[in-house]
Design a protein around this ligand. Structure first.
Ligand SMILES: Cc1cc2nc3c(=O)[nH]c(=O)nc-3n(C[C@H](O)[C@H](O)[C@H](O)COP(=O)(O)OP(=O)(O)OC[C@H]3O[C@@H](n4cnc5c(N)ncnc54)[C@H](O)[C@@H]3O)c2cc1C
Length: 597
């Protein structure tokens, strides 16, 4: 009782906010999101006549600035042939929708928006893997959803699920469509009507409790909008996957996402206190807003990572934190990847973990440098040359070996000062050189640009993608070495002409190990089926990862892309348990997207 009174006194109800979150983005995503690639319609990399590469639009800090080094680097180091221009198709054919008349009659008038528009149907039938984007660019999408229903409340989710069960319609839940696991692809053999449940209208913060530091949030909210709204209360959620602009709370929960700031705010499983899920057998609504409970197995864990297979997650109570007083980027150069890895390991031992700390290898360091924009003045140009001379000639850093640790510090002034002192002391021990805020910030900028750059490269018959794993510290070097070796071998077996681009990043540290993030790409000129070729190589790399003690995924999830590896990771009994849970919760397979198992 006391708790309720205290809670109520702290709750701040945002009144009349409906609809205001989309000031800068129209409700209809098709108006601002690309239909055959990543991100905002007005934002893409273009190659200009004089060889400069420019990011169009005005959404990002480096928009409309010219990058003069990118072309040479892309041609010489990555092997992209910038003369091989192949424009994407804009017309994507759609199969006629399958209509379940009785279901349609039942939902008529119950929902504000029901769409049979082909462009909407296509948008709701894919995520953001290279394979899906390649197919869209080449007009190849197969089975797509038959209709899209935009729900705007938990009650509407309950009604839709009830009617889907009654009339045997398949449902697939759409958050931000940013998954990279084929999670939203429709099963080809599905003969029932497939309805995509769009959650984007369910984007409200129901309450913010600044005493307990919790908030009740609808799950269709994107990361960007969530932070924007929370900032009105002086608090943050702090979950920042690189897709934060477009991915949603519901998507994060169902894919078990991880954000770059996990050291301060936690991974999604650390942020969620409780979830509300509408399943075909009823609504799971737990009273769990406690600091900790001892009341049997944690049912949140069945929902986290469920990838849309058991129901619609409609609301979650999340932990929030006060806005940090200081946010500060930094960077540290190391002579090579091995020294950088050792630094990361020792940092994990020290338990002084900045909000984010990432080690990028030499390829990715050079990638970041290639994205440097034109100096703004003669003085800046001169200073750049001096810095380069100092680092390579005086400090003896080899340009083809050195790598970079990018750091983001957040907290109070004292916290940040303490962390900085500890981090730089440790870096010194490994001959690290403090390389400044600008390099740090550019490192993080690169991760927001990577999907735009993937689309740019695809235009020149170069396909690239990323994948990731979590691995114990002792296996980190072996995983990197063996992925590199295996990819090169597999590419040469398949007739890939030039050496593939392979690059590593240690993107998270844990007590027991690290996350390894891999970028990999190759020019596909002369390869009959580039997507098949790429997929076979990625599967071989995954096989190598698992042989060397790496996991199936650290944060991307499983979807349909990696489900062949599930048995190896969780065993026959594990698979059987997941099957039975699914069967009990969803006996008619309403959420029949076939992800996970
Ligand atoms: C450029 C780029 C960068 C990325 N960076 C990161 C990163 O740093 N960290 C990370 O973890 N991931 C990252 N991802 C992957 C992706 O953003 C995450 O998997 C994200 O959590 C997906 O969220 P979404 O809202 O886009 O979900 P969607 O793609 O719409 O859906 C993903 C799955 O979740 C289900 N789902 C979505 N919402 C709900 C709901 N409300 N109820 C039930 N099921 C639901 C869907 O049915 C589907 O199976 C990145 C992807 C890209 C393209």
């Amino acid at each position: 009782m006391i708790r309720i009174q205290q809670l109520q006194s702290q709750i701040v109800e945002p009144a009349g906010l409906k609809g205001q979150y989309y000031e800068q983005r129209p409700q209809n995503k098709l108006e601002w999101f690309k239909n055959n690639g990543w991100g905002y319609k007005d934002t893409k990399f273009v190659l200009e006549q004089d060889g400069a590469v420019r990011l169009t639009g005005n959404k990002y800090r480096f928009s409309n600035q010219r990058m003069m080094k990118f072309k040479d680097w892309a041609e010489a180091k990555v092997g992209i042939d910038l003369s091989l221009n192949c424009e994407a198709q804009n017309e994507i054919p759609a199969n006629p929708p399958i209509i379940n008349e009785q279901f349609m009659n039942a939902i008529q008038g119950q929902f504000n928006e029901i769409s049979f528009d082909n462009a909407q149907r296509i948008l709701h039938s894919h995520g953001q893997t290279m394979q899906e984007i390649y197919d869209l660019r080449n007009s190849k999408l197969a089975r797509i959803v038959d209709c899209v229903v935009f729900i705007n409340s938990h009650a509407q989710a309950e009604l839709l699920v009830k009617l889907a069960v009654e009339y045997n319609v398949m449902l697939t839940v759409y958050g931000g469509g940013t998954n990279v696991t084929w999670a939203l692809q429709c099963p080809q053999e599905e003969r029932r009507m497939i309805v995509s449940v769009d959650t984007s209208r369910m984007n409200h913060i129901r309450w913010v409790d600044r005493k307990n530091m919790t908030a009740l949030v609808e799950t269709g909210v994107t990361g960007k909008d969530l932070e924007k709204e929370l900032s009105r209360y002086g608090v943050v959620c702090g979950h920042e996957p690189d897709s934060v602009e477009f991915s949603t709370l519901g998507g994060w929960i169902s894919t078990r996402a991880s954000g770059m700031k996990k050291n301060r705010y936690g991974n999604i499983e650390d942020i969620i206190l409780s979830v509300k899920v509408v399943t075909p057998t009823g609504t799971l609504s737990q009273s769990l807003d406690y600091p900790r409970v001892s009341s049997g197995p944690d049912l949140n864990q069945i929902v986290l990572g469920s990838e849309g297979t058991i129901g619609i997650i409609t609301e979650a109570v999340i932990k929030i934190k006060a806005q940090p007083e200081v946010c500060k980027y930094e960077s540290i150069l190391f002579h090579n990847f091995a020294l950088g890895t050792e630094f990361m390991y020792k940092l994990s031992r020290s338990k002084v973990w900045p909000t984010s700390v990432r080690l990028v290898d030499n390829n990715q360091f050079q990638f970041g440098m290639a994205l440097k924009t034109m100096p703004h003045s003669k003085r800046e140009e001169f200073m750049d040359k001096v810095k380069k001379y100092f680092i390579t000639q005086f400090m003896q850093f080899d340009p083809d070996q050195m790598c970079l640790v990018t750091v983001l510090f957040e907290g109070t002034k004292q916290e940040v000062e303490f962390q900085e002192k500890k981090v730089f002391e440790l870096a010194k021990f490994y001959k690290g050189f403090r390389a400044g805020a600008e390099n740090g910030e550019r490192g993080y900028f690169l991760t927001y640009m990577i999907a735009y750059l993937r689309d740019f490269a695809m235009q020149f018959q170069f396909i690239a993608e990323s994948f990731e794993t979590a691995v114990g510290w002792k296996n980190v070097p072996a995983v990197c070495e063996n992925i590199q070796r295996r990819i090169v071998e597999e590419c040469s077996k398949r007739g890939v002409e030039k050496e593939p681009f392979v690059s590593f990043r240690i993107s998270q540290v844990y007590d027991t190990g690290a996350t390894i993030y891999v970028y990999f790409g190759f020019g596909y000129k002369g390869i009959a089926d580039p997507v098949k070729c790429y997929s076979e190589i990625e599967d071989a790399a995954r096989d190598e990862i698992m042989k060397n003690g790496g996991s199936i995924s650290h944060h991307h999830g499983v979807g349909k892309l990696r489900k062949q590896f599930m048995q190896k990771q969780i065993g026959d009994t594990g698979v059987e348990i997941l099957k039975r849970i699914k069967q009990q919760i969803d006996p008619k397979n309403i959420f029949g997207n076939q992800n996970l198992i």
